[in-house]
Design a protein around this ligand. Sequence first.
Ligand SMILES: NC(=O)C1=CN([C@@H]2O[C@H](COP(=O)(O)OP(=O)(O)OC[C@H]3O[C@@H](n4cnc5c(N)ncnc54)[C@H](O)[C@@H]3O)[C@@H](O)[C@H]2O)C=CC1
Ligand SMILES: O=C(O)/C=C/C=C(\O)C(=O)O
Length: 480
Amino acid sequence: MEKIQNYIGGQLLEPISKTYLDNVNPATGKVYSLIPDSDAQDVELAVKAAKEAFPAWSTTAAEKRSQYLLEIARLIDEQHEALALAESIDNGKPLKLASHVDIPRASANFRFFATAILHQSSESHLTDQVAINYTTRTPIGVAGCISPWNLPLYLFTWKIAPALAAGNTVVAKPSEVTPMTAHLLSKICQKAGLPAGVLNIVHGLGPKAGQAIIEHPEIPLISFTGGTSTGKSIASTAGQLLKKVSLELGGKNPAIIFADCDYEKALSTTLLSSFSNQGQICLCGSRLFIEEAIYEKFKNDLVQKAQALKVGDPMEDDTRVGAIVSKAHYEKILSYIELAKLEGGRVLCGGKAVKVAGRCEEGYFIEPTIIEGLPYTCRTNQEEIFGPVITITSFTDTQEMLKQANSTSYGLAATVWTQNLDKATSVSHQLKTGIVWVNCWLLRDLRTPFGGMKNSGIGREGGWEALRFFTEAKNICIKL
Ligand SMILES: NC(=O)C1=CN([C@@H]2O[C@H](COP(=O)(O)OP(=O)(O)OC[C@H]3O[C@@H](n4cnc5c(N)ncnc54)[C@H](O)[C@@H]3O)[C@@H](O)[C@H]2O)C=CC1
Ligand SMILES: O=C(O)/C=C/C=C(\O)C(=O)O
């Protein structure tokens, strides 16, 4: 069975303890590879390698750093098919989705930040003709990057690329649930000739290898994407150590559909924003607010479309909903469906596990599920489920709807569907979320600030925000 290895100091290494964890294919329920169960000793080795590499990497000309990252992007594109297949097997997502979305975005992340650093300049200004102030932005040191399982290579590279581009060296940990494409990235970095120690990848469990990264005194900054409770624990440890943190956490995103929307576009995109990647994207709209005038029609059409989505083997071309990432997560989602029923919800479609015949009969599949009739205050409408489960509610009064939309502890993203620009602007400004999609969803421009308010996180990723996070600003004031 294939053994994934850590990537430390440019080499593929066994964990020092020589112990491994099982890696399960969620579509079949079978173990198909082994993951290093790394601990603080492996992290120590990785930090040592990253520290040694820092002086040379941080002073390498931006153009040269850019060339390394562009080469990595090129190799990701060259190995696109193998990476997409690995991602689909590891995560359970449809191969088609991995191929069209995840892997292209991974190379785009490298390409974007490789070129961004060539256009970055620092600020300066005259202070009343008496002084000139200018600000330098320099790399900080060894950055800790920890990523989740839902968009494995996509989010891993979303952190690593800006960290490296800005001149830091990195100790990174992908999710133990989906480690394979990060392992393949190690080999790509070797092939690209990335200097030893610039990027180090340590595999293993969050509370063990992850926690060792968070606690390590030589890692002054942490970029994390994952669940809110993990984010809070990381923030409290990092707070005691006064580390810089960027936290991109969960969401319970409202999708607001006004009667004057472009109906067909709203319907087809809402289907995607509800169930893409089995609903396991922090940006998925999980609470639909539909204006009463179109409620019945929209509901019936959405139910019909959701029922038509093929749930099945991620390898099949017409599969739209693949496997849930793990048995534990599958059970969590099913328990939320039961909770919704107890809370008085009516399941309009789905609501059950799916048995997929053949090689996937032991896999973790759940039908796209739509629930109505729940109060906005109930747990189903307040807590992140992170699966193919949405609730729908009708509204007549926009202010009341906004009160409900803003009522959760999360504040990541929202979707607004209307053809009235004034209404779109007014509603967007009143939503307490870091991102608002108007008449679209997940239309990504990597220059925009990405992140959430409230329990959805701290800080913003993307564009200059990311490059600012991964650098230290120093102002120099020269009296004229
Ligand atoms: N971006 C998002 O919005 C995501 C949200 N989630 C939410 O979080 C819930 C829990 O999912 P999990 O897999 O448990 O996510 P998690 O937040 O525990 O895992 C994310 C990453 O953090 C690491 N990690 C866990 N504990 C850590 C610690 N103490 N120190 C350092 N690193 C640590 C994990 O190994 C993984 O690499 C999901 O059900 C979902 O609701 C999960 C993944 C992504
Ligand atoms: O950057 C994006 O396009 C999407 C990011 C998604 C997440 O951070 C997530 O689902 O956790």
